[in-house]
Design a protein around this ligand. Structure first.
Ligand code: UDX
Length: 430
């Protein structure tokens, strides 16, 4: 099949390369020329394990192309995927201007029947909006259909998630249209649900909201554990053994960040309000999440006292491991508070430092965790990169001025770490 993918962000790039790898001819289009030029040189705009190799392989095999020519790509495509950004506005509403721009671009180039697929995370009703924009602006009198096919990939495991998703959701206006998408996904061999467009659009938000709810729930339980002297890791494990609940997304810590959960929950609150429903549960999820960083910083201040002049070493800057994405990363919030209180911040992250330098210029960036530890009054763990779990802790201790660890992601064993001579504080554990 010939496919056009509009937008070369996380979703677009991964969608494009996966469909190419499955044997389709794919053109990924972006209006940012520098991005397309870089992609054509084999330079990826994001860090994502396995992406670069897969892109190179499919480019060499002439199945994957990068271009700024939307017109040409739409003309030859049977299916067009809209994978553009859907950032939040100040009031939490989703900004659909990029989606609208893509729809207008399609309208100006559509030269025969095509299926237009919304893969970006968009509020319910956006399928109708896209249909209307194309209908109004199309220059040829041709038919087309609009489908919702939300993407569930996670950063850091995007390729694996896209190749082997838990489910494929196809929200289509008719069975015939759905079948065309089924064909495209057939080789993946994963469960598929065919539904209407509205339901598919809501499934994406409901999924993200549910996962965010699990995180806020366990973080609230972590607060109770701290007050009661219980251990949230054991509580989560015990709760998660119930197969109706499951172990996933019950890691207490600094709360959820990234480019999806915070904005998607706000968007769903806004959509609910538009329909006249006050989604109090979602608001509480956001409130609990907002309290995580101030609570953590309070623990740090309580234990090490006056921050002015103290050297704090930060391990991990990206919003989660295996990505260089700094969007809504807890590190930004925490480091800014510590800097404001007069602390000196040294930090290390395996891949996010280049991005972090643009947002946090006052930080002293280090080559590794050991350099971070040199002369530090405390180490603060913000992102649970695997390599931090494997550090030589004896060496870390000897390098520090005062061996104190504030573990925002509960990556170390409390008893063992204390036995080694560290003052150790974590989340929801005695
Ligand atoms: C999420 C969804 O998982 C994915 O399906 C959707 O397509 C996009 O949004 P992503 O933002 O890449 O993916 O990261 P995810 O692994 O879901 O983590 C989101 C945030 O929750 C991170 O800040 C992470 O640190 C936090 N988190 C996750 C926890 O605090 N505890 C957990 O148990 C799990």
């Amino acid at each position: 099949m010939n496919i056009c993918v509009i937008g070369t962000g996380y979703v677009g790039l991964v969608t494009g390369v996966i469909f190419a790898d499955l044997g389709n001819d794919v053109t990924c289009v972006d209006k940012i020329k520098e991005k397309i030029d870089s992609l054509n040189k084999g330079i990826m705009p994001i860090y994502e394990p396995g992406l670069e190799e897969m892109v190179k392989r499919n480019v060499v095999d002439n199945r994957l192309f990068f271009s700024t020519d939307l017109h040409g790509a739409v003309e030859k495509a049977e299916i067009i995927f809209i994978c553009v950004g859907t950032p939040p506005k100040d009031n939490g509403e989703t900004d659909l201007s990029y989606v609208e721009g893509a729809a207008k671009g399609i309208a100006k180039s559509i030269n025969g029947y095509k299926i237009v697929v919304n893969k970006s995370t968009v509020p319910v009703g956006t399928g109708d909006f896209v249909r209307k924009v194309i209908e109004k602006n199309k220059i040829h009198n041709t038919d087309f259909d609009v489908v919702s096919n939300p993407e569930f990939l996670r950063e850091g495991s995007a390729i694996a998630d896209a190749l082997s998703p838990d489910r494929i959701i196809i929200g289509a206006p008719t069975k015939q249209v759905a079948v065309k998408l089924l064909e495209l996904y057939a080789t993946i061999g994963r469960p598929m649900l065919i539904t209407d467009v509205y339901s598919a659009e809501i499934i994406k938000y409901a999924s993200n909201a549910f996962l965010a709810m699990k995180i806020s729930f366990i973080n609230a339980i972590a607060d109770i554990c701290e007050l009661a002297g219980a251990n949230v890791t054991d509580v989560a494990k015990g709760v998660g053994y119930d197969s109706r609940i499951g172990q996933a997304f019950l890691n207490a810590g600094l709360g959820f960040g990234g480019s999806c959960f915070p904005k998607d929950i706000q968007s769903l609150v806004h959509t609910a309000e538009k329909f006249g429903y006050n989604f109090k549960l979602l608001k509480s999820i956001l409130d609990i999440n907002k309290e995580r960083v101030p609570h953590f910083v309070e623990i740090i201040k309580d234990k090490i006292g006056e921050l002015k002049g103290k050297i704090i070493g930060v391990l991990g800057l990206s919003f989660k491991p295996d990505t260089d994405d700094m969007r809504d990363a807890k590190s930004v919030e925490i480091i800014n508070i510590l800097l404001n209180e007069g602390a000196v911040i040294k930090a290390y992250d395996p891949v996010a430092m280049e991005n972090a330098k643009k947002i946090l210029p006052a930080v002293k960036y280090c080559a590794n965790a050991y350099e971070v530890s040199e002369g530090a009054d405390a180490i603060v763990v913000i992102t649970e990169w695997r390599e931090f779990k494997l550090l030589n802790m004896e060496r870390i201790k000897n390098l520090m001025r005062k061996p104190a660890i504030f573990d925002g992601r509960n990556i170390y064993d409390a008893e063992r770490t204390r036995k080694m001579g560290f003052e150790y504080y974590s989340i929801g554990r005695p």
